[in-house]
Design a protein around this ligand. Structure first.
Ligand code: ZN
Ligand code: ZN
Length: 172
């Protein structure tokens, strides 16, 4: 006896390729959230889907640009996102708004460690911060500056005639 196929099933069979791929990618590297809070796995599932979709877009984009560099594996892609977000820290605003009180405090020195290129050029949250003392610019080496990249932890000139801030964060 012929039975009509519900439209839903038809649609599912047509587009399930994408569903299967999403499930497969999720299973590769799952964010391990454990505990009793039931909503956390939902959050991590959505986070993982976002990362996987970004990786698929990266692959598509790479193809379109006919990029000859080796394609980043999903694992490396995830590690780079982690590296980039790890560098993003909030500054304590009370320190900036009360500079007079700061004189006895030690001056925040830029860390010697330079950020990896993936962080340097990520165009995200490289906020300039003013510090109390002048120091050598990391980029042009001759300029003295009070500005400092909050994320890279490096001093950079930020002047009308010399903007090392933009120069440093732009790929040549
Ligand atoms: Zn400079
Ligand atoms: Zn920076």
């Amino acid at each position: 006896m012929p039975v009509t196929c519900p439209n839903l099933i038809k649609k599912y069979n047509t587009y399930m390729g994408g569903v299967d791929l999403a499930d497969m990618l999720i299973a590769l590297y799952r964010t391990p959230f454990r505990g009793h809070r039931w909503h956390l796995p939902i959050f991590s599932q959505m986070l993982d889907i976002c990362i996987n979709n970004s990786w698929l877009l990266y692959r598509r984009d790479r193809k379109a640009r006919m990029d000859t560099k080796k394609q980043k594996a999903l694992k490396i892609f995830r590690i780079e996102i982690f590296e980039s977000l790890r560098k993003f820290e909030r500054t304590d605003m009370s320190d900036i708004s009360r500079p007079a009180m700061k004189s006895t405090k030690t001056i925040q020195k830029p860390a010697a460690e330079r950020p990896p290129d993936v962080v340097r050029y990520d165009q995200f949250a490289h906020y300039p911060t003013v510090i109390t003392s002048r120091g050598r610019c990391m980029y042009c080496a001759k300029g003295l500056t009070k500005f400092f990249c909050q994320k890279c932890k490096l001093r950079l000139c930020l002047l009308p005639e010399r903007n090392c801030f933009i120069q440093y964060h732009t790929k040549k």
